[in-house]
Design a protein around this ligand. Structure first.
Ligand SMILES: [Zn+2]
Length: 320
């Protein structure tokens, strides 16, 4: 007798899926000015591959999870503007709500700001390992903050009977549709105030989250129930996922939103890398072309992968 492990793929995927995050970091390289692009191109495989390290770290590192989101609607009653209520500056927000509360409901905009400062320092030190690892991580967090469902307590539709919508929007749709997206996003630009800019991103994401949820609910009510899901082979598992027909219908209803958030992530990643480099005094990166990631960094990455794989296997035992 054959026994299939049926798991719901969307439940286990996190943030833009691995596909989306890798795409964002990779394409961001091509937005960079001539002084930066050689170094970044030479290391493009590293930046692509490690675009997903922060998600792997969620299993291994305490305090990692809240860096990926902010449940901004936690702070207000429905209808009130959370961006009026939550202070933009970290210490003001800590004064108002306490650090424990902020950590409990997510810190992505502040963490992006911290990462840009770390990248600036890495450029000042001409520290290749740090430039690469922080660039890759920063790209990840920027990508996350562009995802509407990373800004709400109802992040997986669990409060509205739409469980699974998180991975549907950010993994399934880009995997199916990105082939038709236009990835020519222009050139990286200097950003005067990273924190303000990042808060704008979070606000745009939050403004889009009602459409993300409402349109899926509408489609769910109209669509034949028996055609909503399909089963696909992934490795040894048979996986339940949103059918292509349902995915296409939802994607059409959103009228380009996934593409806009994905491509906006790309130009933002390029612009923040560039801004860190400018703020560090524009060091000559061509002097660093001979160096790649060190053995030490590669070893650390191998260990992260090991921890991630074993925690994933454990996680699967629970969910199946
Ligand atoms: Zn993430």
């Amino acid at each position: 007798m054959l026994i299939f492990a049926v798991s719901f793929f969307q439940e286990t995927a996190t943030s833009w899926g691995f596909f989306g995050h890798k795409k964002i970091n990779r394409m961001a390289v091509f937005t960079l000015p001539p002084e930066m692009i050689k170094f970044y191109k030479k290391n493009i495989e590293y930046l692509t591959e490690h675009a997903v390290d922060p998600d792997k770290r969620r299993y291994a590192v305490e305090g990692e999870a809240p860096r990926h989101y902010i449940d901004i609607d936690h702070y207000v009653h429905t209808g009130d503007d959370p961006f009026e209520v939550v202070p933009k500056k970290w210490y003001d927000a800590v004064d108002k709500f306490s650090e424990d509360t902020l950590q409990a409901y997510g810190i992505v905009p502040w963490h992006v700001n911290v990462m840009v400062k770390r990248l600036t320092k890495a450029f000042e030190d001409k520290d290749v390992d740090r430039i690469l690892s922080v660039s890759a991580d920063l790209g990840h967090y920027i990508g996350d903050s562009h995802v509407p469902l990373h800004t709400t307590e109802n992040y997986n539709g669990q409060l509205t009977g739409q469980r699974g919508i998180h991975g549907f929007w950010e993994s399934r749709l880009p995997e199916l549709k990105a082939i038709n997206y236009n990835f020519f996003v222009g050139r990286a630009e200097y950003v005067e105030n990273i924190l303000d800019d990042e808060w704008e991103t979070v606000q745009e994401s939050f403004n889009a989250k009602d459409s993300v949820l409402d349109l899926e609910r509408k489609l769910n009510n109209e669509f034949p129930t028996d055609q909503k899901y399909s089963h696909e082979n992934r490795g040894a598992s048979l996986v339940k996922t949103y059918s292509e027909e349902y995915s296409t219908a939802y994607h059409n209803m959103m009228n380009g939103m996934v593409e806009r958030r994905l491509t906006s992530s790309i130009i933002t990643v390029g612009s923040y890398w560039y801004t860190a480099w400018v703020n560090s005094g524009q060091p000559n990166l061509n002097e660093l072309l001979e160096k790649g990631p060190s053995k030490k960094l590669e070893q650390e990455n191998l260990e992260l992968d090991k921890t991630y794989r074993s925690s994933k296997i454990k996680g699967r035992e629970h969910s199946d």
